[in-house]
Design a binder for this molecule. Sequence first.
Ligand SMILES: Cc1cc2nc3c(=O)[nH]c(=O)nc-3n(C[C@H](O)[C@H](O)[C@H](O)COP(=O)(O)OP(=O)(O)OC[C@H]3O[C@@H](n4cnc5c(N)ncnc54)[C@H](O)[C@@H]3O)c2cc1C
Length: 448
Amino acid sequence: MRVAVVGGGIAGLTCAYDLQEAGADVVVFEGADRVGGKLLVGEVGGITVDLGAESMLARRPEALDLVAELDLGDRLVHPEPSPATLWTRGALRPMPPTVMGVPADLEALTASGVLSAPVDPRSVPVPEEDVSVGAFVAERVGRDVVDRLVEPLLGGVYAGHADRLSLRAAAPMIAALGPDPVAAAVQRRASGRALPGPLLAGLSGGVGTLPLALAERLEVRLNSTVRAMSRDGGGWTLVVGPTTQARRERFDAVVLAVPAPAASRLLAETAPRAAFTLAGIDYASMALVTFVLEGADLPSGSGFLVPPIDVAAIKAATFATNKWAWLAESAGDAAVVRTSLGRAGDTTALQRPDDELVATALADLRRAVEPVGEVGQVVARRVQRWGGGLPQYDVGHLDAVDAIEADVDPISGLALCGAAYHGVGIPAVIATAHAAAERILGQETMES
Ligand SMILES: Cc1cc2nc3c(=O)[nH]c(=O)nc-3n(C[C@H](O)[C@H](O)[C@H](O)COP(=O)(O)OP(=O)(O)OC[C@H]3O[C@@H](n4cnc5c(N)ncnc54)[C@H](O)[C@@H]3O)c2cc1C
């Protein structure tokens, strides 16, 4: 069986690898001049760093299993566990224990000084229908908790807004706390049901090397944007490459591992309802400004998050050399800090030249750090923009995904995977890739 995988991000490459391991003849078409999508390593001041995603949730198996499968286990690393920090109400403050922003220790919350007044939790039945994370938490725990604890965490994962993101799709762990989320979070913490093992994992040399290791084992065609696809007997014809030199190629099956707007365009003919729903999935753009600093004296810990209510340009700063021992080793005396800017709907913030982004990010970094430490001298910096970086799981996202899947399901030799559907984190994306490969292989078995 000949399979085309469209998109050479972590989803497409993983799916292609699974299919190839099962004996399929697979070609990955990647529109850009490199593989990896949102996973990318690059150099800043001669130091190799991740310029995109930099860590993987270690509490799910998919990413760790893939690392092992590719014999990269000796490069698997875990950041030093360190309490999260918020830059809020004019100071860096310890983030009290929470379940995705829902307080789990009221004494620690008071001591942190993150909120100006104590919380007044309430029990309100969990609605049947989907609601926004913000509405759910505000009604039960108060607006201040949404603004100062939930927003920065959602900003970190989705670059989104609590009042738009779906409770069920973006924060199921909050929904699972039930009608009185604070009582449930406090009880969970008090009963010591903390999960064992490290929360996060990375790769020495950067998480961005993971797609490179996959691509080495696959046939990947770079600079090969797939422009159209159509049914061709029992298979598919793809139109690939620049419009002036487009080539046609036939395959038995196609996996679309591209962001929702591209999937929507490609499905317009064969699955118009799916295409329509995909077109409605919004994306947040963001930028990462990475600094190499000399003479820095950073606070301990892996960095800080910034609630949007505190009006800063940056929404987070990662003290990458505090977080990753491999990076500290390669940076020597220098410190590496990466700041992130941009949230869903916030188009103007990023429509500024690189130098302005650098200046505002650095000014915020100094405002946050210099009351307690030193930022030092910038010896190198790099701006990496991520237009359409993260899909927004708005209220109703799970219904939208159901509708997309219902439209695609009856079409044989077609599967979708990637960050638009069942989670944006690397392990969740890998899970969709495995499922897409299984779907294609399952159909082949049924047909033969
Ligand atoms: C800045 C940033 C930081 C992040 N940090 C983390 C993190 O630390 N941990 C974590 O778990 N997750 C993180 N994420 C999320 C995670 O990286 C992504 O959700 C995931 O990598 C998406 O993978 P994907 O394969 O679905 O899509 P993508 O990585 O978007 O790959 C899709 C690929 O398809 C290609 N393509 C598009 N259209 C076509 C076409 N028509 N023809 C051919 N090719 C096409 C694109 O060029 C791209 O290479 C981060 C995301 C961003 C933007």
